[in-house]
Design a protein. Structure first.
Length: 368
């Protein structure tokens, strides 16, 4: 049994509105569309489709959209338009249903036009209205509090640091030389004063500070390039071809001290052979781009240094991003958080529109 045999291609209400030839044409389109969504829809360039249950649930709402168009046009229409979609959203907005249901109808129509965009050369559809699902949306996962953010920034300055080469006696240097040989995976006799500088370098402080300001996703840490850094203007310039989950260039604000760390690191990295053949901003000790796993490992080590309690919490690198969204929303509102986090839709940012735990605790203190 194929996957499509478990999805009703032509529903009974649609059959009642179509003649035989229209039904055959509609079924053919539905087959092409749903097959594409199952195998390519989520990430077309990587041949990754949506989950079967997602497609099945939204297929019925696509069918409802088509039937609404046929009613408005007084007949069968195969090539639905952006105008049809915008008018349908107005119709959905007036329906006596939850915003979650309305948003699900919109998602279904967006999936339909995503197929038409990639397979038929149609321009992308940008809805003229959207539906807030803040009440039904999941809350952001564990995030760092303001105090923990400060501790993490300080821990990055302390992490892996060693005493200055010139401040050590010959015996102490020998012990630290053995430590660096193990740390950098090289023979002890090959350890040089440059390795002392590298141990106290600016890679980790710049990576952590930039993530604390920009809320970098793991994939953005991996993709980051030297050209993104505009320290003179205290911004990170993320080009659209390297952006995650959007199609726009982004200019992300940075603290001046973060810009200084980045400037120091960009200059320092030029001295390392690891970076001679690449413009990637940060590489692991194994000369690989950072991954979710390597960043989670780094975060664990930093939390140890900072004495941040991680028990009964699911902290990942995204905890840094969630903290940016939570506190930027509190300080400057959703629009600022949307820009800083590089969200294409404000609906994605809605989950950060909540009172941080410190604010709720203060409220309880005031309540007595």
């Amino acid at each position: 049994m194929s996957e499509l045999e478990e999805i009703t291609l032509v529903t009974q209400p649609s059959q009642e509105q179509l003649n035989e030839r229209q039904r055959v044409d509609y079924e053919s389109q539905r087959t092409d569309c749903l097959q594409w969504l199952l195998h390519f829809g989520k990430k077309p360039d990587q041949a990754e489709g949506y989950a079967f249950e997602t497609v099945r649930a939204r297929a019925s709402r696509m069918d409802m959209f088509y039937r609404w168009v046929w009613k408005q046009e007084s007949g069968y229409v195969a090539d639905v338009t952006h105008n049809h979609a915008d008018e349908y959203m107005k119709y959905v907005a007036y329906r006596d249903t939850s915003n979650v249901d309305k948003a699900n109808h919109q998602k279904a129509v967006k999936m339909l036009f995503k197929w038409r965009e990639h397979e038929h050369g149609m321009n992308p559809w940008e809805p003229s209205i959207t539906f807030s699902t803040a009440n039904g949306a999941s809350q952001p996962r564990d995030y760092l509090t303001l105090a923990e953010r400060r501790k993490l920034r300080e821990a990055a300055l302390e992490y892996g640091s060693i005493p200055s080469y010139n401040d050590l006696s010959p015996e102490e240097r020998d012990r630290w030389r053995a430590h660096l040989a193990q740390r950098f995976e090289k023979p002890k006799e090959d350890v040089t004063p440059e390795d002392w500088d590298r141990a106290n370098g600016w890679k980790i402080p710049s990576l952590v500070a930039t993530s604390l300001d920009a809320g970098l996703r793991p994939i953005e840490v991996a993709r980051a390039r030297v050209q993104w850094v505009d320290a003179a203007n205290d911004v990170l310039r993320v080009p659209k071809e390297e952006s995650s989950k959007n199609r726009e260039n982004w200019v992300v604000s940075l603290q001046s001290r973060t810009s200084q760390m980045l400037s120091r690191w960009v200059e320092e990295r030029q001295a390392y052979t690891d970076y001679e053949e690449t413009d990637q901003l940060w590489l692991t000790r194994e000369q690989n781009p950072y991954s979710s796993h390597s960043l989670s490992y780094l975060l664990d080590r930093l939390c140890d240094v900072a004495d941040i309690d991680t028990s009964n919490r699911k902290l990942s690198w995204y905890a840094i991003r969630h903290s940016v969204g939570t506190y930027m929303t509190r300080e400057e509102g959703l629009a600022a958080a949307q820009s800083q986090l590089r969200h294409k839709s404000e609906m994605t940012t809605m989950k950060y529109d909540q009172a941080p735990v410190e604010d709720r605790r203060d409220a309880l203190d005031r309540m007595g």
